[in-house]
Ligand binder design. Structure first.
Ligand code: UGA
Length: 465
């Protein structure tokens, strides 16, 4: 992996007030965020120990293999392990012992009531405190609700009164997108640091010196601000998606074209075109969980943030809309066989957690349909999550004999599908496009009935029944 940031090896002052110098870092939790943090910090020249309780995962990582698909990650892993700057252990004491900075990247899954479950964070903080041997920073990297840093600080004080004032919590949330995570980690739009002492800010400036020297913007604040900002960013992106999906529902009723409306809106720089792609809605391990956690936090603090609940509701309606289109085209769904193209929650990843494709698949199974999916990367994960789903080895193999195809994830390769061939293999010539990937004229020319999202359908005669 080519990394065009400084090596951080030489100690020298920089224009941004940051001092370069390799630091000793530990990263607790080697999921998506943790592993990308490990590789990116090592490639900046720091010495990094990644730590995870899962022994099997540690063995895999030591052999230079990532447990999940992320472009460039395997290559980066191998390169940084070979450089001697990156290693892995399942022993937290060993990881933390000499670290100047410990990143907490453990999972914060949703509890049944939607609140974030912070047990893993508390455990990581407690173990860090027990094993710390001197002054160190503990950095919140996982998305956590506001107030978490205060809780961690209390744990540190209770566990290690002998190190009073030496163990400090810093908030440094991540803004990594899956599929582009390494690129985002090495070329971030901004670095956000919340700390409570000059020492905390100074250490983080030193850590990120290679990026700051390259001109990356650093925003330094109190601690609650970044905790809230992380949720605020994800919620506002989800809000844009739900807004455009609400518009799609309206277009489907009024006969307008949501794609053109998105272009018109996007031409106004105050609105911006990004995240205005109508479709099956947002999924993944971040937005659904974060929206719920943010709404719960807000409610617990005495503010009913109803807008967030609406965002979630509109997102769920996107699945209903796709089911309705299939029902409209095929009449009864019992005994119909439907192909789902794209099973990952978005292209460029094999992650199927909270994938809209699987939410749709589950609904179709309940309606009595049979479903077969195809995805360039996520077939195995999807099958594990939804055992009733058959997996095809290719798009045409999956579509063979089906009564319709639903485009669930906008993998670029679907744009190159031979629509004439697709029509020939289908038992019924129907495409429901949950990501608006095709030009309606081309689909019509191939003789397929076409139900896009928020755009007028192309419906040849004699389709119903
Ligand atoms: C998201 C944020 O983009 C990151 O900034 C953040 O750091 C991360 O969550 C996190 O909290 O860890 P990610 O979940 O990887 O990143 O995925 P996105 O690219 O944001 O897409 C999320 C979902 O929205 C996908 O299901 C995607 O298909 C959907 N989407 C996106 C739309 O339906 N329409 C759009 O216009 C854009």
């Amino acid at each position: 992996m080519e990394v065009d940031v400084g090596t951080g090896a030489e100690a020298e002052p920089t224009g941004g007030g940051a001092t370069m110098g390799a630091m000793r870092v530990a990263v607790t939790g080697t999921g998506h965020v943790g592993l990308v943090t490990c590789v990116s910090l090592a490639s900046m020249g720091h010495t990094v120990v990644g730590c995870d309780a899962d022994q099997e995962k540690i063995s895999l990582l030591r052999s230079g293999v990532s447990p999940f698909y992320e472009p460039g990650l395997d290559e980066g892993l191998r390169e940084q392990i070979a450089s001697g700057r990156l290693c892995f252990t399942s022993d937290r004491e060993e990881a933390v012992r000499d670290a100047e900075i410990v990143f907490i990247c453990v999972g914060t899954p949703a509890r049944l009531n939607g609140e974030a479950n912070l047990l893993a964070i508390e455990r990581a903080a407690r173990q860090f405190a027990r094993h710390a041997t001197g002054p160190a920073l503990i950095v919140e990297k996982s998305t956590v609700p506001a107030g978490t840093a205060g809780r961690i600080q209390r744990v540190l004080q209770l566990e290690r009164p002998d190190l009073a004032g030496q163990l400090e919590v810093v908030s440094n949330p991540e803004f990594l997108r899956e599929g582009k995570a390494l690129q985002d980690a090495l070329h971030p739009d901004r670095i956000l640091v919340g700390a409570s002492s000059p020492r905390g800010f100074e250490a983080m400036r030193r850590l990120y010196a290679p990026l700051l020297t390259n001109g990356c913007r650093l925003i330094e604040t109190d601690i609650p601000t970044p905790e809230l900002a992380n949720h605020a960013c994800n919620a506002s992106l989800a809000l844009k998606i739900s807004y455009v999906n609400g518009l799609a529902r309206l277009c489907e009723r009024a006969g307008g074209d949501v794609l053109t409306i998105a272009e018109i809106m996007g031409a106004d720089p105050r609105i911006g075109r990004d995240f205005l792609d109508a479709g099956l809605g947002y999924g993944g391990y971040c937005f659904p969980k974060d929206l719920q956690a943010f709404e719960r936090l807000s409610s617990r603090l005495g503010y009913e943030f109803g807008l967030l609940r609406e965002v979630v509701k509109i997102n769920e309606e996107a699945i209903d809309a796709a089911v309705e289109k299939l029902r409209d085209a095929l009449w009864n769904l019992e005994d119909k066989r439907i192909a789902l193209f794209g099973l990952a929650f978005k292209p460029g990843t094999d992650d199927t957690r909270f994938s809209p494709a699987l939410a749709l698949g589950e609904r179709l199974l309940k309606e009595g349909a049979r479903i077969i999916g195809y995805d360039p990367q996520a077939g195995a994960n999807a099958k594990e999550e939804l055992p009733g789903l058959e997996i095809g080895i290719g798009p045409y193999e999956a579509a063979a004999g089906c009564h319709g195809v639903v485009i669930c994830t906008d993998w670029p390769e679907f744009r190159a599908l031979d629509l004439h061939h697709l029509k020939r293999v289908l038992a019924f010539p129907l495409v429901v496009d949950g990501r608006n990937m095709f030009d309606p004229r081309e689909v019509r020319a191939a003789g397929l009935a076409y139900y896009p999202t928020g755009r007028p359908p192309v419906e040849p005669d004699g389709l119903a029944g």
